[in-house]
Design a protein around this ligand. Structure first.
Ligand code: NDP
Length: 402
């Protein structure tokens, strides 16, 4: 018996639930819990129909409340919790894991609600507590962070004696047909892309204005797309775990239409994260905006095109010769929707989360403490990516453009 508890029933939670249900030899007992239980019930019903009456139990939980989580953990006694709620809940879920003796995995690092600032320091501070309790915490196991760190670890293990330049490139060349929508939780997404840019160079962080550095990059089977340097959380752990890196950056593509909407949203104050008084009621503008924007979980139906996410790395090969290396996955929004009912961004996040959980359940990624994905053996994870719907490809010694 291996019992798993998924928290969060959004786009990513939908994909994780489908993928664990597709691997019954690893996950024998599945519980899906979230703030709104009806969403869990709908996912469980769809999965039951699709995979021959596979039974998923559902529950309601407020993951901001440690006692509520502990009650749930004690009732179901899972071996591992997959946290695909929001980054705000990371610490309460980790606290409850320690109290109830449950292992932990997530896809995004902790962010305080009142400050758009994500850093690993809060979760890394749990290292000793998890170690002492003999529990494993796997941090950032989506695609980026997640597969991006595993790709980097795989490159370091198999192709480089020293890595010098890392550029993570994230392209969404999909079209959902809406004037403006975000591909995952709008509040988290808008907080992420409107902040200042930041990258690592020569042993220090360099800060830029938002979207200040940009250039056109070519993506496989997609073509050129304007790409912008933004700060992304995996840079923090990757430069720590691969200290030979002289520079590490993260690029994301944005269309002009998207950027124009974003600018307007910011200019009119709708991206504010501090509460304002409206008709005597306190509301947070960005949370109100989320309520009126399209639900990312429902973009899938008419989504066409694909995503392409990968790592472009330069350094020295094992014989000391210069090497340029590009490893990437392309994912079709239509294929993701056909398989799980969710679009490609949820799919590329949910599949690695399931694979990370599988690595834990098989005892391959299991050691007491708090770890980022690149600290584990990348090989079994990479093997599963090819089997579970996210095949990857390598290109050697071509122009990396960066
Ligand atoms: P959604 O907003 O679609 O879903 C979030 C889910 O969490 C909802 O079901 C929501 O419940 C639930 N939730 C929120 N607060 C609580 C709470 N206090 N207690 C219990 N449940 C709660 O988000 P996504 O599915 O798009 O994203 C999920 C996570 O994945 C996010 O943390 C995001 O940052 C991360 N992510 C990571 C990526 C990666 O590559 N590493 C890429 C994309 C996303 P309700 O339905 O009631 O609102």
């Amino acid at each position: 018996m291996s019992k798993i508890l998924i928290i969060g029933a959004g786009g990513v939670g939908t994909v994780v639930a489908h993928k664990v249900a597709q691997n019954p030899e690893v996950f024998t007992d599945i519980i899906l819990a979230s703030r709104t239980q009806s969403k869990c019930d709908a996912i469980a019903e769809a999965i039951g129909t699709r995979y021959g009456n596979k039974k998923i139990r559902t529950a309601r939980v407020d993951a901001d409340q440690v006692p509520d989580l502990v009650r749930l953990f004690n009732e179901y006694k899972p071996e591992l919790v997959i946290n695909v709620a929001l980054p705000y809940q990371d610490l309460t879920i980790m606290d409850a894991c320690l109290e109830a003796g449950v292992n932990y995995l997530d896809t995004a690092n902790y962010e305080p609600k009142d400050e758009a600032k994500f850093e690993y320091k809060w979760q890394w501070a749990y290292q000793d507590k998890f170690k002492k309790a003999g529990l494993t915490a796997i941090l950032g196991c989506g695609f980026d962070p997640g597969a991006s760190g595993v790709f980097t670890a795989y490159a370091a293990k198999h192709h480089f004696s020293e890595m010098h330049y890392l550029d993570i490139v994230d392209c969404n060349a999909g079209d959902h047909g809406k004037a403006f929508a975000t591909n995952f939780n709008p509040e988290i997404n808008i907080r992420e892309v409107t902040q200042k840019g930041k990258y690592w160079e020569n042993g220090r962080w360099v800060t830029t204005e938002p979207h200040e550095i940009h250039q056109s990059l070519h993506y496989p089977h997609i073509g050129p797309r304007e790409s912008y340097v933004i700060y992304h959380e995996e840079l923090e752990s990757l430069v720590k775990n691969f200290p030979t890196l002289k520079r590490a950056r993260f690029w994301m593509t944005f269309g002009q239409e998207y950027l124009t909407h974003l600018r307007v949203i910011q200019n009119i104050g709708m991206a504010r994260i501090d509460p304002i008084l409206y008709n005597g009621v306190e509301i947070v503008p960005i949370q109100f905006l989320k309520a009126v924007l399209p639900d990312p979980g429902e973009l899938g139906e008419n989504y066409t095109g694909q995503t392409s996410i990968g790592c472009r790395i330069k350094g020295l090969d094992p014989s000391g010769k210069p090497l340029s290396y590009y490893i990437y996955n392309n994912c079709s929004h239509e294929a993701a929707y056909k398989e799980t009912g969710a679009q490609g961004v949820s799919y590329t996040t949910g599949v690695p989360a399931m694979i990370g959980a599988m690595m834990f359940m098989k005892g391959l990624w299991k050691k007491p403490g708090v770890f980022n994905v690149e600290e584990f053996d990348p090989d079994p994870f990479m093997e599963q990516m090819n089997k579970q719907g996210l095949p990857w490809h390598e290109i050697f010694n071509e122009n990396l453009e960066v």
